[in-house]
Write a protein that binds this ligand. Sequence first.
Ligand SMILES: Cc1cc2nc3c(=O)[nH]c(=O)nc-3n(C[C@H](O)[C@H](O)[C@H](O)COP(=O)(O)OP(=O)(O)OC[C@H]3O[C@@H](n4cnc5c(N)ncnc54)[C@H](O)[C@@H]3O)c2cc1C
Length: 303
Amino acid sequence: MILDGITGRVERKYPLNQLSTWKIGGPAEVVYWPENAKDLLSVWQRAKEAEIPVWLIGRGSNLLLPDEGLPGITMVTTALREIHWGDYTVRVEAGYPLARLAQEAGERGWSGLEFARGIPGSIGGAVIMNAGAHGSQIASQIRSVTVLEMDGTLKRLEREELKFAYRFCSLRNQAWVIEVQLAFSRGDREQILKTMKENLVKRSANQPLEKPNAGSVFRNPPGDSAGRLIEAAGWKGKSMGGAQVSEKHANFIVNTGEAKSKDVLALIEAIMKDVRSKYGITLQTEVESISSENLVFAKDLEN
Ligand SMILES: Cc1cc2nc3c(=O)[nH]c(=O)nc-3n(C[C@H](O)[C@H](O)[C@H](O)COP(=O)(O)OP(=O)(O)OC[C@H]3O[C@@H](n4cnc5c(N)ncnc54)[C@H](O)[C@@H]3O)c2cc1C
């Protein structure tokens, strides 16, 4: 009923592990890939009226999805990919891959997203996470963001109306990013492409890209590195079930084949406890997990 007359792919009992770079997660009751903002909004409104839970996933590269699956409708933004190039600006829908956008801007000789070439998220997820690397972050390029607010209204917010910090955006759990406008500066095409290539080489040397992972698991505490602390505490290479602290980079947890969400959570908890007791530092996770915190609306989570 909720999806009647709506365009876009719909799957029932769909394995969430297909929607996460960690390759973890049980069956989703319904997964829907909206192809335009209008359909996304209609489904959102109908679900709200019916009090059916709704979840939002981008490219699933920063997400731990539950072993028990998800009730209701899991919306995935990856088919929202309209893009309009302007004069050193771009207006792009939330599901567009950030790395591809960075490459395409670089090919034009537009500077600003060199840091993003190796980040496997969507542009919408990148705004929510304020994705960054190599001393830069997406917030610096944002001009405006069009969002779906939780009262069902679409609103365009200018950069000044948003707050960003290290891996933080004031929109998180408050609104869905539908479209983003970014600004670039004129650059040297060859230099931009060279920088991006070098960044990719550094990543493949330092990160366990050959195994399913979700990037850095913990945020860096002020003045220190989470990877350094975890390695110093002796966790490199340690496993719980199918989840293993990477041998290559201690702030990455890799799925060695059959990892469950509960394995990753157990490893995260044990690392946090140990680092706290050895160094008095409380690590905070950078990866998100889907839970009642980011639930949009539901009559009762248990039903
Ligand atoms: C190998 C690897 C390397 C990585 N390197 C980096 C790095 O260098 N720097 C960095 O910052 N991150 C890095 N990441 C993490 C990740 O790619 C980023 O956080 C990315 O921005 C997440 O985007 P996503 O579309 O995958 O979001 P998802 O993982 O799908 O979602 C993350 C959160 O954002 C929410 N969300 C997603 N889309 C939207 C939207 N349109 N509106 C509202 N909420 C939304 C979800 O509900 C969820 O809470 C890396 C990950 C991997 C696997």
